[in-house]
Ligand binder design. Structure first.
Ligand code: CA
Length: 91
């Protein structure tokens, strides 16, 4: 659990080079590289851009850590929904 949280944080900071926000190309790279197995359409840049716009609550064109957590929360919810009712083990 702790290592998962650390991964969430270090992945973001690695993608931003330590900055507070992820720009459009950084977000594209992160999603393609890290989330291709969990998300559909990650091979389409336009789909990732739409996703980014959906996450961008303050409309600054960048993805803040908080907005990135919204995506993580969404993915975790989807995973939980798909696993509930089954005996699958979370890794
Ligand atoms: Ca933003």
């Amino acid at each position: 659990m702790e290592s998962a949280i650390k991964t969430v944080v270090t992945t973001f900071l690695g993608a931003t080079n330590g900055k507070d926000n992820l720009n459009g190309s950084g977000f594209q790279k992160l999603v393609k590289k890290q989330l291709g197995g969990m998300m559909e359409d990650t091979n389409r840049s336009s789909a990732i851009k739409e996703m980014q716009q959906g996450l961008d609550e303050n409309n600054d064109g960048k993805v803040s850590f908080q907005e990135y957590l919204t995506l993580i929360g969404y993915l975790a919810t989807s995973l939980s929904d798909s696993k509930s009712g089954t005996n699958a083990n979370a890794s």
